[in-house]
Design a protein around this ligand. Structure first.
Ligand code: D5M
Ligand code: MN
Length: 492
């Protein structure tokens, strides 16, 4: 995640601030960063297929805090998987799957705490989750955009256009992209750490004052980033030294290639060049012209651009170009960033429920018919819900209400109730016991429930068996612990 080793060396220039420093300013939010943080608290539910939206509480709470201090939040979610990031994404997926298996095993052994720790590393953030949060945010009147590819690049573009004054994230990539002001580690009360681009020159032991943006990006690439694994044996400080001395990609590459200490292949030049261009020219959405543009204007005199264009005329590695209507639909959250399918209905029998595990982003903005207006967009076929939404009464007893504030419930209204009624009906159709009261059911759908340790302690072997049965066997018979649901479950 991000540029390896960069944030720790920037510690001396990170200033402790409070978010009210940005009162009356627009501040960009890296949506997936908050989704990851929010998901920490409900990792068990997310990994065991138990319906939850508790990750929303974290998000909404932070947004409310920003609003309290008159900060204007501009939320940006990630979109489709960028070709340059496929290796990173594959590694992340492998790691998640490994932790999921480990968590499942520990859960069976009743080692709850360790199981939860594993599930926290196994959680996969999906566009469906982003969609659900964006629905709530839109109701609150918050500005939400789905980037065509990386939220990082979209946020950098907004910053370059002076549309936002800072970005809240945990991702060091934003520095490599050239964002002016970045707020890290923002807590619930609004305290955080600000890294300003103008202070980069003041980093002790890593003088960046004479670095151009290209040099900063080159340093990030050879140290290791999401687009290139880095050169083995090179840390950020050594990377800095080399770039300071050789300055350009060609000369840095020549040095590395001719130094037996480093294992650099001939085709690494191409990969490094593409990584550099991805930081510089990635495709983003321009809301004014409602189409995709390059992060910075493509400079035909740039020898890298010239050389790449000869090999990939469409420059698809920067994120393939999209038809304008598709780009608009994705940005507005109406279309899934990968499948381009549209969703607007919230009912549990909605066709898009079948896409949940592939990471569908549903739209709150427009009715489905309006979006799928014969422009070649496929309308999804009806589906049966894959989520285990019908736990038995005794499983409900396993949960208790947490002490946290109930932020979400106040905003959620009839669509949820309809969804719950639908789920109860489905439950009956499947010959299962009813949920009990609708109220309890609603709480569960909203993810307001969590394991009750007192009950856990009193559970007999038989109870554990029942619980396991519930967790492992959803209504459709497939494993609930298996969150895989295909390669693109997070849609990226
Ligand atoms: O990551 C997008 C955002 O999500 C970024 O702020 C980092 C955060 N992120 C990504 N993966 C994780 C995990 N596994 N835990 C916590 N936070 C995470 P990007 O690198 O831009 O894809
Ligand atoms: Mn990133």
């Amino acid at each position: 995640m991000g540029v390896q080793g960069l944030l720790p060396v920037l510690k001396p220039i990170s200033e402790a601030i409070h978010i009210q420093l940005f009162a009356n300013k627009r501040v960009g939010i890296d949506g997936y960063s908050w989704l990851h943080k929010g998901a920490f608290g409900c990792a068990l539910e997310l990994c065991t297929g138990t319906s939850t939206s508790r990750y929303m509480d974290y998000f909404v709470e932070r947004i409310k805090m920003l609003l309290y201090y008159n900060v204007v939040p501009v939320v940006v979610f990630d979109g489709a998987k960028l070709p340059m990031k496929s290796e990173t994404e594959a590694m992340r997926r492998e790691s998640r799957e490994m932790y999921l298996e480990k968590g499942k095993k520990l859960l069976k052994e009743r080692k709850w705490t360790h199981a939860v720790e594993c599930f926290q590393r196994a959680v996969n953030i999906t566009p469906t989750m982003a969609y659900k949060v964006s629905q709530v945010l839109l109701e609150m009147g918050i500005d939400v955009t789905v980037a065509p590819y990386e939220a990082d690049a979209q946020l950098a573009w907004l910053c370059f256009q002076n549309e936002i004054d800072a970005v809240i994230t945990e991702d060091s990539d934003l520095i490599a992209y050239g964002v002016n002001r970045i707020i890290y580690k923002m807590g619930r009360s609004g305290d955080g750490f600000l890294i300003s681009r103008k202070n980069l020159g003041a980093v002790e032991g890593l003088a960046l004052s004479h670095f151009t943006q290209d040099m900063l990006q080159l340093m990030s690439i050879i140290a290791g980033c999401d687009f290139f694994p880095g050169i083995r044996g090179l840390g950020i400080k050594k990377a800095h030294e080399i770039v300071k001395r050789y300055r350009t990609l060609d000369r840095v590459f020549w040095f590395l290639r001719n130094n037996p200490k480093f294992q650099v292949e001939q085709n690494d030049w191409d990969r490094m060049a593409k990584a550099l261009m991805t930081f510089k020219y990635q495709r983003v959405y321009d809301h004014r012209f409602q189409k995709l543009v390059f992060l910075t204007q493509l400079d035909e005199r740039d020898p890298l651009v010239h050389s790449m264009k000869q090999r990939d005329a469409h420059l698809d590695f920067l994120g393939p170009l999209l038809p304008d209507e598709i780009a608009q639909g994705i940005a507005q959250g109406r279309l899934h960033p990968c499948t381009w399918e549209c969703i607007a209905d919230d009912s549990p029998k909605n066709p898009c429920d079948s896409l949940d595990e592939q990471g569908t982003v549903k739209s709150p903005l427009k009715p489905r018919a309006q979006v799928a207006n014969g422009k070649g967009l496929s309308v999804t076929s009806p589906c049966t819900s894959k989520t285990n939404c019908c736990p038995r009464i005794r499983i409900l007893d396993f949960f208790q209400k947490p002490k946290t504030s109930r932020v979400v419930t106040s905003i959620v209204s009839s669509p949820w109730m309809n969804a719950i009624r639908g789920k109860r009906k489905e439950c009956k159709e499947n010959g299962l016991e009813s949920h009990g009261s609708l109220k309890k059911c609603k709480k569960e759908s909203l993810g307001m429930l969590q394991p009750n340790q007192n009950i856990v302690n009193r559970l007999s072997e038989k109870d554990i068996g029942l619980l396991d049965q519930f967790r492992h066997k959803p209504l459709n018979g497939s494993s609930t612990l298996d969150t895989k649901g295909g390669e693109d479950e997070n849609g990226r």
